[in-house]
Ligand binder design. Structure first.
Ligand SMILES: C[S@@+](CC[C@H](N)C(=O)[O-])C[C@H]1O[C@@H](n2cnc3c(N)ncnc32)[C@H](O)[C@@H]1O
Length: 240
């Protein structure tokens, strides 16, 4: 099951209404999701008119979808009223800038608005090889790509460290892990209602987690990111 099917199934099984996608690019995952209220955030949308029209016909709620052409940090900083008015986020897909700090910010910001029963999915949490796990501030440049042994055009970055960080920081508050499918689908949900909705980066823990290497991840993924088999998607669906 890939991210689109998993998210779609959750909307089908629940009365959830609000879907946020951070990092939308061509709308491949955003447009097919059949949620009532859809919000997309990306500094560079590349949605072809033909794809947009196709999905307007297939799912008319796409007419009311809101698009924010912004970096996600700027979105959360400037759109607080919008998010309050929207109501709790039911499902969030985080697929924006593929590095530890950016994805951690995306999760912490999303947790501020997440429905107590809601779910965050992070794409690209289990890179298929070391070249795909390289750290970069933006998609690796051609120069970086040429220097990377084994580069295949796939880039997950070090988003997986966000899972490790959350496991270490919030063992009682959050249920966190990665499903071994679709480049690793990270999942985050509340185990219990949070006492506060203020989530800030613990810089000491950040530095510690940032020192983990891809080799360490591969040597014990169950311990480092709580890796679950692909069949765990069914367990996730059974929560709803
Ligand atoms: C892998 S693509 C998203 C693919 C899409 N979710 C899908 O499944 O079809 C990553 C996107 O993240 C966007 N992005 C890069 N930096 C970002 C940021 N700071 N905030 C939000 N999106 C960002 C890029 O412009 C790009 O379109």
């Amino acid at each position: 099951m890939d991210r689109i099917e998993l998210i779609q199934n959750i909307f089908q099984k629940t009365d959830f209404e609000n879907y946020l996608e951070i990092g939308c690019r061509k709308g491949k995952s955003f447009l097919p999701i059949r949620a009532k209220n859809k919000v997309a955030v990306d500094p560079v949308f590349k949605i072809a008119i033909s794809r947009r029209l196709k999905w307007l016909m297939k799912w008319p709620a796409n007419f009311q979808a809101d698009y924010f052409q912004l970096e996600s940090d700027v979105f959360f900083e400037t759109q607080k009223d919008y998010l309050q008015n929207l109501g709790p986020l039911d499902v969030v897909l985080i697929d924006g800038l593929h590095n530890f700090r950016a994805s951690l910010h995306d999760v912490l910001h999303s947790l501020t608005y997440l429905n107590d029963e809601g779910l965050i999915i992070l794409h690209d949490c289990y890179p298929p090889h070391e070249a795909a796990a390289v750290y970069a501030d933006v998609f690796p440049t051609e120069e970086q790509q040429q220097q990377l042994k084994g580069w295949t055009g796939e880039w997950c970055g070090d988003v997986w460290k966000t899972i490790s960080y959350l496991m270490g920081k919030y063992p009682d508050l959050l249920d966190v892990g990665v499903i071994n499918t679709d480049y690793g689908l990270g999942y985050v949900r509340f185990k219990t209602t949070p006492l506060s909705r203020k989530f800030e980066v613990d810089e000491d823990l950040f530095v510690k987690v940032d020192q983990l290497t891809y080799k360490e991840l591969k040597s014990d993924p169950e311990k480092i990111i709580n890796l679950e088999p692909a069949s765990f998607s069914d367990t996730v669906l059974s929560w709803y």
